[in-house]
Design a protein around this ligand. Structure first.
Ligand code: NAD
Length: 330
């Protein structure tokens, strides 16, 4: 069972699972539509549902639940912090509890390295965290509530993902690598609000998905009650350096424009644990991601202006139309 399986990561992950021979159920509100699943619709079971109203029967029969459904970034999380806690903390915690009751063996929690917030040192899974936004705080509270649910029969694993990049069946142009590539394509210019001095860890969407697949394949004893940072040490990059990688990868002239906003989020992360324990290795580079997105834009396969591809803008619209709101039982 993949919640949020129609989303940016989920839609790539579902295909990886199908390739590996898994039976897949996707539970998703389809906030961004269902185009991302169009070509595999007859190979999956699709349940159009909000995780806030899911019940035990939805999880029954599943070997594992991978819980991608959430408001998926800091700006979206700030639109309505109550809504963010409601979905990202409360509803996902409930999904874990329902999974346990339904006899699911593994619950995989796609959290975020954003919970490190601002660190001087390379953050490991046992470093103090510093969640700075409603999105990051909700992730941290969810982690704290679900890890104690783990026992011999119910394995819980937290994956703190890096900022993801690369092509997906449901694109996101609000993620840094993807956004910079889109801007280079549209304007030959890359603009950021700050000075780009902050660090972030990055991971290609296919590598990210492989981390989850390897946890499905792993012995529960190896992953139960564990937190893993997902990414690779060499893809901790300063944002201003990332801006320079775009023209280099594409052999393009590209202007860069900076603003005076200060991004307090600045973290570099250690990925030694996942490399050692799960033998995780990133197979894709940032240059690969830039090139594949640019090619898709150039060929017309990818629309650079689809409004659904800017998460915060799309959620703002859904909230204004009443399609995304607190529920009566919230
Ligand atoms: N993409 C990244 O760089 C990144 C990094 C770290 C963590 N994450 C986390 O990974 C997860 C997936 O991210 P993504 O980039 O695929 O996001 P996304 O926004 O593209 O996809 C989220 C999916 O969840 C669905 N959804 C949202 N709220 C729902 C609800 N209440 N009930 C049912 N479905 C709901 C949406 O319809 C969408 O299909 C999120 O939890 C996100 O916070 C993502």
């Amino acid at each position: 069972m993949v919640t949020g399986g129609a989303g940016y990561i989920g839609s790539v992950f579902v295909r990886e699972l199908l390739n590996k021979g898994y039976d897949v159920t996707v539970l998703d509100t389809l906030f961004f539509g269902e185009d991302s699943l169009a070509d595999i619709k007859d190979r999956i079971k699709l349940v159009k549902k909000d995780i806030r109203v899911a019940n035990k029967a939805d999880m029954e029969g599943a070997y594992a639940v991978v819980d991608f459904a959430a408001l998926s970034n800091d700006p979206s999380g700030e639109l309505d912090s109550l809504l963010t806690y409601d979905i990202n903390h409360m509803a996902r915690t409930n999904i874990a509890k329902l999974s346990k009751k339904a006899g699911v063996q593994k619950y995989l929690a796609p959290s975020s390295c954003a919970i490190y917030g601002n660190t001087e040192e390379l953050a490991t899974e046992v470093s103090p965290v510093n969640p700075l936004t409603a999105y990051a705080k909700a992730n941290y509270q969810w982690e704290n509530d679900i890890l104690p649910l783990a026992d011999d029969r119910f394995s819980v694993t937290v994956f703190r993902q890096s900022t993801v990049y690369g092509l997906s069946h449901k694109m996101r142009f609000d993620l840094l690598v993807n956004s910079f590539t889109q801007q280079a394509f549209l304007n030959r210019r890359i603009k950021i609000k700050g000075n780009g001095a902050e660090f972030r860890p990055f991971v290609h969407v296919k590598d990210d998905c492989n981390a989850f697949v390897s946890a499905l394949d792993a012995d529960s004893a190896q992953i139960n009650k564990q937190i893993f940072n997902v990414g690779s040490n060499e893809q901790n990059i300063k944002v201003s350096d990332l801006m320079n990688m775009i023209p280099d990868a594409l052999h393009l002239e590209c202007e860069r424009e900076f603003g005076d906003w200060v991004d307090k989020r600045n973290y570099r992360v250690s990925f030694d644990k996942i490399a050692t324990s799960l033998k995780f290795k990133a197979r894709h580079s940032i240059t690969d991601g830039i090139k594949e997105i640019y090619e898709a834009l150039k060929s017309g396969a990818l629309d650079p202006n689809d409004p659904r591809f800017i998460t915060v803008g799309w959620y703002k619209k859904l909230i204004s139309e009443g399609a995304l709101k607190l529920l009566s039982n919230s």
